[in-house]
Write a protein that binds this ligand. Structure first.
Ligand code: PLP
Length: 285
């Protein structure tokens, strides 16, 4: 059965949904996206996603496509229309349709708003049970990684490199320091039981799950340090893990061929994951 998707004010069967070849999202990757997890038909951390969406739009000088209430309504309608119990809602807003020109079109050009749902097992994923093996790669993305733009080609290339090397994912590195994963934030638990993750800046996406992880870690009485860390520090860590909306918390068991801990998902990572899942279910709207 085909999905119902939302395109610029209309709910349509996915095969009837069309976007112009002149859309700046298509021609320039000139757009922003958000991915909101759905548990039990409810939206996890919706407000935080909307706040980040507004910030990303401001940073590229774009106006919101509609009000926050309308966005919530669209998300809920799609979840209902598609009977989505577990998975995610993807939202993409682009600067819309205009003749091809590097300069932004004037304000009258409407933006394109596309929203769709995707079924996905989020809580039970084989990768989370096994733990991920990752490689590190030089971070060759643009310098405004705090803006959640739809230009994801280099992240795709890094994931393809990981796949071709027989592992699950890659962490981006600048000057020997870990920035984040291809589509997740990176954490380690040091031998002294300190949770370390890179501080917020333009180098990384300000992950919504990252915030929740730090809250859970503090609630579990763990010390948290937001600072850069090296590949070597990560390889010597007791545990490592990543966070994202669609993985929640996923243990990392190998970095560049070096086994982390005993090569199994770490106990603290799992504790944080359980605490996160309880909170996410409770606060979903
Ligand atoms: N870092 C990058 C580069 C990402 O693409 C993502 C998610 O897409 C994240 C981190 C995690 O962000 P969130 O927890 O908001 O899903």
């Amino acid at each position: 059965m085909s999905r119902v998707v939302y395109v610029n004010g209309e709910y349509l069967a996915e095969e009837d949904a069309k976007v112009s070849v002149f859309d700046r999202g298509f021609l320039f990757a000139d757009g922003i996206y958000e991915v909101t997890t759905v548990f039990d038909g409810k939206l996890v951390d919706f407000n935080s996603h909307i706040i980040r969406l507004k910030r990303s739009l401001d940073e590229i000088d774009m106006k919101p496509a509609c009000s926050n209430e309308e966005l919530l309504n669209i998300h809920r309608q799609l979840v209902n229309k598609n009977n989505l119990d577990e998975g995610f809602v993807y939202l993409q807003v682009t600067r819309g349709v205009a003749d091809r020109d590097f300069l932004y079109p004037d304000d009258k050009t409407p933006t394109t708003l596309v929203v769709f749902t995707q079924k996905k097992a989020i809580i039970k994923q084989p990768l989370i049970e096994r733990g991920a093996k990752i490689i590190t790669v030089e971070d060759l993305r643009w310098g405004r990684r705090d803006v959640k733009t739809i230009q994801l080609l280099f992240s795709s290339m890094a994931k393809m490199q990981a796949k071709s090397e027989g592992v699950d994912d890659a962490w981006f590195v600048s000057d020997g320091m870990i920035n984040e994963g291809t589509s997740n934030n990176a954490f380690i638990l040091t031998q002294d039981n300190v949770i370390v993750t890179r501080h917020l800046s333009n180098e990384i996406l300000h992950g919504i799950t990252r915030v929740a992880v730090l809250k859970c870690a503090k609630a579990l009485n763990l010390t948290v340090e937001e600072r850069p860390f090296t590949i070597e520090e990560a390889q010597k860590a007791k545990e490592a893990f990543v966070s994202s909306s669609t993985l929640c918390i996923c243990p990392v068991i190998e970095i560049d061929g070096v086994t982390i801990g005993d090569g199994k998902p770490g106990a603290v990572s799992q504790q944080i994951r359980e605490a996160y899942l309880i909170e996410a279910h409770k606060s979903a709207v």
